[in-house]
Write a new protein. Structure first.
Length: 360
């Protein structure tokens, strides 16, 4: 759900011919080793053996979604028998995230689980990890380039399409707005394009307005307030991240006398992404209508599962998994485990299997 633009991007250190030759020789003799032309001599146990400390880097902790993920990390690390260090919070700063990764590497971690803030900028940190022979699993956001053992993520295109179908079925005609995430993140780009394309193809009587909000609650509130001043006839809202957009959206609607319950005249249909407990409560109250449940628990669980597998040299291939998901190969060549993310409405909001209910 996250992503921001980085201004000062750390550079990539060159590798000597001798090191490249040694790495190539190692690759020829050790098929399962995580070798590459930029890899330095690995510290003992790095990239193999399945033992050692694992660093966990968070993008931010101002969202209830990431707070929940943070809570799940030690529980899932224990269940997967992973020795995870205390999580590090990059505070929505992509440059800080690269520093955090380097600090973890300097502390001798043997694996990293990282939720990238910026799909492009994260490559600097991935390069550093590869040089040290430390495998990385990316959670929530797929990097544009760089080496990762697996991306643990839900299908973000489906997020935008599910929101489009829900609003299209409910609203039929009129203006709807999508409050977008940061377009420096593949998540923001995929959700935005999927929603836009779906409306154009299936619901041509809807007019899509857009608010670029960079996963920032203040930005979302200010721009929504301005938009409503000139579009008081708005009929629907798609929030790409309920964790940061739910509270400011509801407060803005309330301040303008536009927060009507579902079923009441003038109700603005709202569909969200995340599946946090606060969204479920808002659905029960009729303040919003639906959300796509992004699996914070499964992100933590399979982040730990795949980093342990990577540290043991285990490889995976595209296809169905044994946990109701599908591993796909991205255009970059990276593998991504696309976990289930169900649509939640008043009809299934009390389902005990939803992590947003278990997290209360």
């Amino acid at each position: 759900m996250v992503g921001r633009t980085v201004r000062n991007r750390p550079g990539r250190t060159g590798t000597s011919r001798a090191v490249r030759a040694a790495a190539a020789a190692a690759c020829a003799s050790l098929v399962l080793a995580a070798c590459g032309s930029t890899k330095d001599t690995a510290s003992p146990g790095a990239g193999g053996g399945g033992e050692g400390k694992v660093g966990v880097v968070l993008p931010l902790l101002t969202s209830p979604f990431w707070q929940s993920y943070n809570d799940y990390v030690p529980k899932m690390a224990k269940s997967e028998d992973v020795d995870a260090m205390k999580t590090v919070n990059s505070n929505s700063d992509p440059s800080q995230q690269i520093t955090d990764i380097n600090n973890q590497l300097n502390q001798g971690v043997k694996g990293l689980v990282v939720a990238p803030l910026d799909s492009a900028a994260i490559s600097a940190g991935l390069d550093q990890a590869e040089r040290k022979g430390v495998p990385v699993v990316a959670v929530d956001v797929a990097p544009e380039k760089g080496k990762v053992a697996m991306v643990v993520r839900a299908n973000n295109v489906a997020y935008g399409e599910k929101a489009c179908d829900y609003l299209g079925d409910q609203v039929k005609t009129g203006k709807v707005v999508q409050i977008m995430g940061d377009l420096a993140s593949v998540n923001g780009r995929e959700r935005s394009k999927a929603f836009r394309d779906c409306v154009k193809k299936k619901y041509p009587k809807l007019k899509v307005l857009e608010i670029p909000a960079k996963w920032e609650s203040d930005t979302a509130a200010a721009k929504l307030d301005t938009l409503l001043n000139s579009n008081p006839d708005l009929k629907g809202i798609y929030m790409q991240a309920g964790g940061v957009y739910l509270a400011p959206t509801l407060q803005t609607l309330k301040s303008k006398g536009m927060l009507k319950k579902a079923g009441e005249k003038g109700h603005i249909t709202v569909v969200s992404n995340d599946g946090i407990p606060q969204e479920f409560d808002a659905i029960r109250k009729g303040q919003i209508d639906a959300t796509v449940s992004q699996p914070a628990d499964a992100y933590a669980k399979y982040g730990m599962y795949y980093i342990k597998a990577a540290m043991n040299g285990k490889k995976f291939a595209p296809g169905p998994t044994d946990h109701d998901s599908t591993i796909v190969k991205l255009p970059s060549g990276i593998l991504e485990d696309q976990l289930p993310a169900p649509l939640v409405t008043k009809g299934n909001v009390d389902d005990a299997e939803l992590w947003g209910n278990a997290a209360k």
